[in-house]
Design a protein around this ligand. Structure first.
Ligand code: NDP
Length: 448
């Protein structure tokens, strides 16, 4: 190993890459990481973290309105996008610094430039310098997909949305997944006119149907327009900057800003992977085994670039498991069973385990318990917005195989409940647990 410049060269300093670098270094490896943009990756720089801050910022629209019902004399408030944007971006800078400190503190060498693989144990940096390493880890993440339609260049993606000069008056969001629903909620709360346009007749594929329906119902009541079954045909830009999104079989959508939120593809292009024979799927996903090994010895991949589960905590666990396996003499794999996930819409959705239809398909005999209730805070606020909690159980054993919810703080509540689902607890175990009253979460132990 000592013949190489480094024991490990990581391409990409995002969630998976930084964790792998830090842990490998703590096991005594000499580590270098290359990052062409900013240390921290999508989640920290232009994803989960700044998005969540915008979600908080946006929710004040409801909180300020509701406060009046709780006795507060709230004057008419104005919202200043630039203040929120700049504060969020300043916090992103802070986190970017902390991530860099983590690398420096663990004696990881950072190259702030693009790297490509140039041989089985070699990378070439944008500056032309070549560096050798015993092991190479690809952790380059993913990139927004923009549909191949005429005029698509007039739209933006989640990459640009954090830097807007002003809020759009009318925004169309193309796509019906995580990013589309989260930004639909943010812009709607902040006062934009929002239209969510999706090619199929459903949003949030993979989430429980009843929960998704509830989100559409609540979002529609809040003013978001849904245009489903509307495949995009082309985008036109008028001289005054107005955009028109033409869709198949329906009226076109006129807007001031169009955001494409139509999935993310693995960032495996132009990395020199073909030159060393790393196998990839048609969509560019690097094929790896349970130990994150590609088909080429000494080359590994973790995170979104492998397109297994495009979630930050998963990439982090994969990076950690890789480093323990290769440099810590502790071979281990990631457990992908029961991964909780959430959509930070208004209100948010969270789920873990099987949806009702998945459970019916896999188990046949299932028991479903639901609670459709209005949170106490919404009652006093006069807000006619109901929550839905849903528990899916194996009818034979009583084991909880899925838990899905929409309502205030659903992700916070579900993270704790996911422990019980992951542990294989039964409905009886929930029933045996005393309710914590008054709370929304107590509905979980009171399901009939
Ligand atoms: P999603 O995969 O969630 O949704 C993609 C949407 O775009 C779907 O509605 C899909 O339609 C539609 N779509 C896909 N391809 C095309 C196409 N070629 N033309 C038109 N429509 C298309 O992707 P996102 O971009 O929202 O998010 C990417 C990933 O990032 C997510 O899968 C998630 O893993 C992660 N993420 C996680 C978040 C969280 O944890 N809260 C937040 C944001 C992102 P249909 O399904 O109808 O076919």
């Amino acid at each position: 190993m000592r013949d190489f410049d480094f024991d490990l060269f990581v391409i990409g300093a995002g969630s998976g890459g930084v964790r792998a670098s830090r842990i490998a270094a703590s096991h005594g490896a000499r580590v270098a990481v290359a990052e062409e943009y900013r240390v921290g990756g999508t989640c920290v720089i232009r994803g989960c973290v700044p998005k969540k801050m915008l979600v908080y910022g946006a929710h004040f629209a409801e909180d300020l309105a509701d406060a009046r019902r709780f006795g507060w004399d709230v004057p008419d408030c104005a919202f200043d996008w630039k203040v929120l944007r700049d504060n969020v971006l300043a916090d992103v800078d802070r986190l970017n610094g902390l991530y860099q400190q983590t690398l420096d503190g663990n004696k990881v060498t950072t190259f702030h430039e693009r790297a490509r693989i140039s041989g089985p144990n070699e990378v070439i940096l944008a500056s032309g310098k070549t560096v050798s390493a015993g092991t190479i880890l690809i952790a380059t993440g993913s990139w927004p997909i923009i549909p191949d339609i005429p005029g698509a260049e007039h739209g933006i993606t989640s990459n640009e949305v954090f830097h807007l000069d002003a809020l759009p008056k009318r925004v169309a969001i193309a796509g019906g997944g995580y990013i589309a629903n989260e930004f639909a909620g943010i812009f709607n709360e902040l006062g934009s006119e929002v239209t969510l346009v999706n090619r199929s007749d459903q949003i949030l594929r993979g989430y429980d149907e009843q929960i998704r329906d509830k989100l559409v119902e609540i979002s529609t009541a809040k003013g978001i327009t849904f245009r489903l079954n509307a495949p995009f045909e082309r985008v036109e830009k008028a001289a005054d900057g107005t955009l028109t999104l033409h869709v198949k079989g329906g009226d076109s959508i006129v807007c001031d800003m169009l955001i494409f939120a139509t999935g993310r593809k693995p960032m495996s292009f132009d990395l020199g992977l073909e030159s060393v024979g790393v196998a990839m799927k048609d969509n560019g996903a690097i094929i790896v085994d349970d130990y994150n090994r590609t088909n080429m010895p000494g080359i590994y991949a973790v995170g979104d670039v492998t397109d297994r589960v495009q979630l930050t905590p998963v990439a982090i666990r994969e990076g950690h498991a890789f480093a323990d396996t290769v440099f810590g003499n502790n071979p281990r794999t990631v457990d992908y069973d029961c991964i909780p996930s959430a959509v930070f819409s208004h209100p948010p959705i969270a789920g873990v385990g099987m949806t009702e239809s998945e459970a019916r398909k896999q188990l046949g005999d299932v028991k479903v318990y639901t609670s459709d209730f209005r949170a106490m805070k919404n009652v006093l606020a006069g807000r006619n917005e109901r929550s839905l909690y849903k528990m899916i159980c194996d009818a034979q054993t009583g084991r909880v195989v899925g838990l899905h919810m929409i309502g205030p703080d659903a992700p916070e509540i579900l993270q704790a409940a996911a422990v019980a689902v992951k542990a294989g607890l039964t409905k009886q175990a929930f029933d045996d647990t005393m309710a914590l009253h008054p709370s929304m979460a107590e509905e979980l132990v009171l399901l009939k």
